[in-house]
Design a protein around this ligand. Sequence first.
Ligand SMILES: [Zn+2]
Length: 423
Amino acid sequence: MASLISQIPKSSHLSQYIRDDKIFCTEFNLPLRDLETCLFNIASNQRWNENIPKEWSFFGIEINQKKILMRIMKISKIRSTASEITDRGEEVFKKVEKLDMLRYYHDAGKALYFKEDGLYDKVIINVQWFIDAFKHIITDKLHFTGIPGTQENWEEYYKTGNLRDQLLVEIWKYKDEELFEKLKKEEKYSDNESEDNDSEDESDENDKRYLLCHKESLLNFMQRLGLLAIGTESHYVPCMNRKEIETELLNLIEESESKSSVLVYQFDFLPFFLFFRLVVGCMQENGWKVLRNRGTSCLYKNAALFSYIQYNIVLSVTKESIQLQVFCPIQGIILETEKICLIQERIEELLNALAGTFNRKIQYVRGFRCRMDKEETIAMDIKEHFLPEKDIPKEDLKLMCPLHSVTDRHIIDTAELTRYWKL
Ligand SMILES: [Zn+2]
């Protein structure tokens, strides 16, 4: 076995995890030869041969050691550790390598780091803790297990995704108390184990394991990932929204004389969270406001309405598409192509940026719905009704719908479909 290990290339990423002093002989008289060969083949595989500067490895070790005692590490701390551990620490850090190193650990799923305003000075080194923090928010059994909140707050949250800050604090406080009890038990146990334990005072370190002390950072990272939108008194968690759109709103869109056609982005694969992240993105847009109806936000499980200048923007989602329509609720207003194109551009910039953040490449085809059925103004299933942009003649024509030339025959008006949009 040892002879095989010596053959693993020194540059192999895996070699750092295999140490001679960690090899043990077993008493089993098993034919281990095949296993040895298999392990050796895996370890020598070229794909492990990533070209990672060896100066970066200290951070991998730091993550593994520190994530038990702390969840978020400041960049300044990483910098000082780099200068202590590596030969040319400060130098390693000052240059672009800092960005590359943190991005490498981010891409490898070992840390969360964004070089952006409000986030760039810290790294989440315990990713599982971060995921759990979000899971605590969206799990739907918590209110049965002793978290106070008020019944109204819980009901509103479960229906609309509107999470009162006070309720968020209650949820994380409850989880922090659970952890506190757990740690207290563990400490008691370890104190009994070794009486003469010269434990240094780690109370400061202990604090860093909790959720509430990291509330602002947690929320900022969650917003960056499109999991929620931060507000002052309440936050919006789109995946919790179960609200159906009101009929009166559908009628308002239907009856509007100033409205665009429905622009459709058809995806071969549409991840569940992409639409939510788009909605959160729109909520941060300058000048865009969530439309309100009878005092509540027009955010629904499969649609979101925004107002921008005097226009209303309808974003909706189906299993395979995201759809966009603009309308003006004031009668007699003529829609301006320029403003609608601005809205379209912004949506596409957001979509493209979001699509790039998934591991799998996400692509869409732009087009239109061939018909507008009244009862399905929003989030109409585009199956059998999707006309890709490239299949629509450039000339202004009225022609038989190419998708429905025999059964359900109907006419499409190319000018009406493509008007206002930038194609
Ligand atoms: Zn048709």
